[in-house]
Design a protein around this ligand. Structure first.
Ligand code: AMP
Length: 429
């Protein structure tokens, strides 16, 4: 199938071809015609599937076919869980709107609001926002959502994980009831289905890939190692394999900092990216990593959402995530847009339960091996570490800044330590 058959205007087709895309991805083939028909859409789309163009292209077409209103109020809103994803989506929207008369802007917390406000004052058709900053600016009467015609919830599962449900509901109440709603999510939990029921109007379900399966092109490998040997093993893999661009996931911010120090002391350039870093530091780290001046980016789960690094060859799970779905998100950073990639997990004895849960979720036995010189101790403890208390809560004051990347823990966790609740996982960013 070609892009020409999707009903997109010449201006948008020109923008698509300028990006070098020759064929629409499966999610684009399915979602674009439905959105153009003005249907509400509930889309299950894995990361790296081209979902952003899937909702942006038809959105731009719809908006560009309508007369521009006086003062250019915001007509389409894309909500994303993280600043990085917001920035990424904005870049895409700008690229795809190169040949149509549509203005777009991005707003997120962690940076001064001044330039965001001045952009909004000049009139914006498409606004990409994280929920906190959006509500902040709305409360200050610096933007209006009265003219929203299209709402996109991007990575909705992650928004719920990060505790944005209340904010999402508040935002819904600020918009006209009659609008088109598009909800994109990598995973389809019960919570997502119930959010979808409350927001979407007779939605059409679009599933580009089966639920929770990992991208076929990704070569997955597990190495069993002792916990204390992981950083040495990582240094060995990176040095001996001559890996030049590696995204490494740790479970905690502290773990990310510690590992970064270790890599630097082994003469491997590395930077950490997590919720305690300023937005400036995060942007700089990401830029350096993309340009190749930083060899290893060490990230926590939430900070890594929305990172789109073309052709990222290596992803390493320094620690397995305690939420199995996060494994799918993590390794989806590689193998994007048809490229192949390698995802390696360093698994210590106490993480074997996580590994089993992950294998159950992805329906695959991940090949596993040991590394010579680093054979794991057969008597290592197999009990899973409990999440640390201080990582599970966050002062309320921090929540009003619009930075929700660090998040509070849920109380009333029914689960035992084998499977921490989704909210308790938010301690890591
Ligand atoms: P996304 O899933 O939206 O984050 O997109 C993942 C990557 O795929 C981005 O780098 C896009 O630029 C790229 N992409 C989107 N659509 C296509 C397409 N039809 N053909 C090739 N690459 C694409």
């Amino acid at each position: 199938m070609s892009f020409n058959s999707l009903g997109l205007s010449d201006a948008l087709l020109k923008a698509v071809s300028a990006q070098g895309y020759t064929q629409p991805s499966p999610i684009q083939q399915k979602a674009i015609p439905l959105i153009l028909e003005r249907k509400d859409v509930l889309a299950s789309a894995q990361t790296g599937t081209g979902k952003t163009a899937g909702f942006t292209l038809p959105m731009l077409q719809i908006l560009s076919q309508q007369p521009v209103l006086r003062n250019r109020p915001v007509r389409a809103l894309v909500l994303t869980p993280t600043r990085e994803l917001a920035a990424q989506v904005y870049e895409n929207v700008r690229d795809y709107s190169a040949y149509v008369d549509i203005k777009s802007a991005v707003i997120f917390g962690g940076v001064n609001q001044k330039s965001q406000v001045s952009t909004l004052r000049q009139g914006v058709d498409v606004l990409i926002a994280t929920p906190g900053r959006l509500l902040d600016l709305h409360n200050q009467r610096l933007l209006s959502l009265n003219n929203i015609e299209i709402l996109v919830l991007d990575e909705a599962d992650r928004m719920l994980d990060m505790g944005f449900l209340r904010d999402i509901k508040k935002i819904m109440a600020l918009m006209p009831a009659k609008r088109q709603n598009l909800l994109f999510s990598a995973t389809f939990s019960k919570d997502i289905k119930s959010l979808a029921n409350s927001i979407l109007n007779h939605p059409v379900l679009v599933e580009a890939t089966p639920e929770n399966t990992t991208v076929d092109k990704i070569n997955q490998q597990v190495y069993h190692v002792d916990k204390g040997a992981k950083s040495d093993v990582l240094v060995k893999l990176i040095s001996e394999g001559n890996w030049e661009q590696v995204l490494v996931f740790t479970r905690t911010k502290h773990g990310a900092n510690k590992l970064t120090k270790k890599l630097l002391s082994s003469n491997i350039s590395a930077l950490a990216i997590h919720g305690n870093k300023s937005q400036g530091a995060r942007t700089k780290a990401l830029e350096g990593f993309k340009k190749g001046t930083i060899r290893v980016l060490v990230a926590t789960d939430i900070a890594a959402r929305g990172l789109d690094i073309p052709l990222l060859p290596h992803v390493v799970n320094f620690e397995l995530p305690n939420i199995s779905e996060d494994y799918v998100h993590r390794i989806g950073r590689t193998g994007r847009a048809g490229a192949s990639g390698i995802a390696i997990s360093l698994v210590s004895a106490d993480e074997k339960t996580y590994l089993r849960d992950i294998e159950k979720l992805v329906g695959l036995r991940i090949p596993s091996d040991v590394i010579s010189g680093f054979l794991p101790d057969p008597n290592a403890p197999t009990e899973i570490e409990k999440p640390q208390r201080q990582q599970r809560s966050r002062p309320r004051a921090a929540r009003s800044t619009g930075d929700r990347n660090a998040k509070t823990a849920g109380s009333g966790n029914r689960n035992n330590q084998r499977r921490p609740s989704r909210n308790s996982n938010r301690r890591s960013d």
